[in-house]
Design a protein around this ligand. Structure first.
Ligand code: SAH
Length: 359
């Protein structure tokens, strides 16, 4: 829990392809015709091309750009599940850390789930990333490149949504995450309402988000609606207990008029009792928040199991009766260890030859 407010910069890697802003690209292209900046920017961001695919740019320049704009993500593996509807990538970063990205196809749209940190310092016991601890912050470019790469994989299917629900705590890497939000919005063209930041409940970050310049969606990983249980499940609750968190959420909703959602991983016998539903309903109806129930994915470091299907349904029904708007999230990727750091955990012992760099 070293960076609760996200204000302290953590170590990041060298600058990579999508870390550069337009101004820096102009600088890099000094001496070239002015239209090259737009050409390269358009190719990299809007069309998601690699430098070698920028065929409207002279070869010598392409070679220079490939050398000066290194890519951030080296593919370690990619796995496909749910009959091709879920693709999960494991990437190696500069310095050796590994992160995951998930691409999920739905009927009308596709969603990318990105990581914002290598590892996580929040130490939630049921989360595979939390069990492994914090490694380093991701740069904005490392976050954006995950979307660019997923979009390449998606081909003709449009990426309509990006959720910041992969590894790490976005609000503990606030500035770089926000820069990535802007790139996705301004340059890749994803609307603010199709961008969702998920947080463990870092109150200073929620307060910053309430006055930020893009109305993105906020999801708060609640998981417990009383302090005693939440202290245990989500240790940062000891620093920002429920009354403080709820006030920050209220302020966020009042200022932004955006809908808030609460995430609730259903853990058998721990937070799936009717008394939990009653407490959760009090908070959710008060804030008019939407509740997302996530059946717990089991992880090696956490002995308790997820709630049964029946229990999840009964809990959802109970919340509905109490006036709460509820959805049960489908557990995408559980057949391919796609949930929450599990692919990386499963690959820890595997030696992988460094793949060829993309140019
Ligand atoms: N740090 C952020 C975002 C990453 S986790 C956050 O906590 O919100 C994304 C969501 O997955 C969170 O709601 C998290 O609590 C949940 N999660 C983590 N491990 C899980 C598991 N084993 N099963 C189900 N959900 C899990």
């Amino acid at each position: 829990m070293s960076t609760p407010g996200g204000s302290r910069p953590g170590p990041v890697s060298r600058r990579t392809r999508y870390d550069l802003g337009r101004d820096e690209l102009s600088e890099l292209l000094t001496g070239e015709p002015a239209y090259r900046v737009e050409q390269v920017w358009d190719g990299l961001y809007r069309q998601g091309r690699t430098v070698s695919e920028l065929t409207n740019v002279p070869k010598a320049l392409r070679e220079r750009l490939a050398a000066q704009l290194p890519t951030a993500l080296d593919e370690v593996t990619r796995v496909t599940g749910d009959d091709g509807r879920t693709v999960k990538f494991l990437w190696a970063l500069d310095g050796g850390s590994r992160i995951e990205t998930v691409l999920m196809h739905y009927d009308e749209r596709s969603t990318v789930c990105v990581s914002t940190q290598a590892g996580c310092a929040m130490a939630c016991g049921f989360c595979a990333t939390g069990q492994a601890g914090f490694e380093r912050q991701l740069s904005a470019g490392e976050i954006v490149e995950q979307v660019v790469m997923a979009r390449r994989e998606a081909g003709d299917r449009r990426i309509s949504n990006v959720v910041f629900m992969g590894m790490g705590e976005p609000l503990a890497n606030y500035d770089r995450t926000w820069e990535a939000v802007h790139r996705l919005h301004d340059d890749i063209g994803i609307g603010a309402r199709h961008l969702t930041l998920s947080t463990v409940g870092l109150v200073p970050g929620i307060r910053r988000l309430a006055v930020a310049d893009l109305p993105v969606n906020l999801a708060v990983s609640l998981h417990a609606a009383d302090d005693e249980l939440r202290d245990e499940l989500v240790p940062i609750n000891r620093r920002y207990p429920l009354p403080v968190l709820v006030e920050a959420c209220r302020d966020y909703v009042d200022r932004t008029r955006r809908r808030l959602s609460f995430e609730w991983a259903m853990i058998s016998g721990v937070n799936d009792r009717f008394e939990d539903a009653a407490r959760l309903a009090d908070i959710a109806t008060d804030l008019r928040a939407h509740v997302n129930l996530i059946p717990l994915n089991s992880t090696p470091g956490y002995a308790v199991r997820g709630s049964s299907r029946n229990r999840v349904q009964a809990f959802a029904e109970d919340l509905r009766r109490r006036g709460v708007n509820v959805t049960v999230r489908d557990t995408r990727g559980s057949d391919i260890d796609a949930a929450c750091g599990q692919l990386r955990a499963g690959h820890e012992a595997t030696a992988v030859a460094p793949p060829a760099r993309r140019r």
